[in-house]
Design a binder for this molecule. Sequence first.
Ligand SMILES: [Zn+2]
Length: 463
Amino acid sequence: MQRLHFPPDSWYSVLFENPEIDVAIRKAFLTYERRPPRKFLLMAQLTFLGSCREIGRSGFFLEHHDESVMIDYGVKFTDPPSFPDMVSLDDMQGVALTHAHLDHSGGIPRILSNTEASLYCTPATRDLSVLLLRDLHNISRGRLPYTRKDIALVKRQCDATAYEETVPLGRHFELTLFNAGHIPGSAMVSIRVNGKRVLFTGDFNATESKLNLGARKNLPKHDVVITESTYARRINPDRAEITQALIETVLETVERGGTVLIPAFAVGRSQEIMCILEQSEISRKFPVYIDGMARQVNDILVRHPEYLQSPQSFTRAVSRTRIVHDNRDRKKAAESGGIIVSPAGMLKGGASHLYFKLLHDNPKNSIIFVSFQIPGTPGAELLATKKVSVGSREFEVKAEVRMHHLSSHSDSVGLVDLLERIPGNPKFHIVHGESESCDALADILKKKGRRANIPDINDVIEI
Ligand SMILES: [Zn+2]
């Protein structure tokens, strides 16, 4: 075989003189060397790939010199599902994920299947993401830009990172995660680049709940902050009051011999309800049933107690909860005079449909919503009219219908309070909110003399 000639001290000669070097390593090295040189950026550049004046498909691409990092890469539930634009992943040094919700994590396997770079997130986020991504894959009927096998990369490529731990990414970036208080394991991602510090808040909640500790409030100095604005036009009622009102509605129902249905999201909200029922002793006196994916979420959170407000309370709550396996169990639960926590949170699919049909026409029962009901969903219709169409049938509802909203996002006061406290007079870029919410948060910040911008999709800023 003809030998290729390279300068003797070059890496090439090392590779070719040593056949024992793994073929994969040679290939990787040679592919790397053949690539066209990447543009060399003197300033750091941040591209807003998604969640601009919208909720969904979060994605931020940060580049400096010849390296880059990605922060979140989520899905938007359009038909078919949409994702942020794809970018060149050459020389990617890391992918950071704020939390497991699919509007932040839904496209992560697509990124990982195109790069060797590690995924940086908390271990709870890693495990919850895999659960949610598999579920997304099951319901998407092949309309995702990645395979079921690629979802395994979330585990394989993950470099699990604890809160407050600082990790170098390549030569130009340094990453730290801070507790975001949104769902267990959720983090704000702080990246040091080009002598500056950039904070990606992800979704956050500064108010603590029976499940989560609140977001870290005394954050270090930052120069640029990319912030969510979901509830920038809303004031949440006091959480202790809502919790108390929820307990009262539940008690009134079970004491009159009725059954309570709480349609709830599987990640976070269901577990918070379980903790509320445990701490108020309700789960000692009345049966509590848990249905749907919340069961697997419980198993994950038992393995990651460090992300919970009270691991002991949560473990007790889980041990007092009855697991529902099939429709026979569901019928039994509906007749039990207890409390059923089941997805979906807006009565749109999931086992809550079936419970609704079993419970709706008895005035002793109650249906309690615990999250915002998007207009057009059965939950919103039911709250507004006490009538609802499920499938092809219209139901007139005799059961009591209530709303006790336990928000997992900070409201307008909470958002501004946390953002204002960040030292360094940072420039704010407002994302992850309906257009009016982005405007509202920008207005408040500007009135306080702060710099605020609302980026459009694929806008690029220099840092
Ligand atoms: Zn979220």
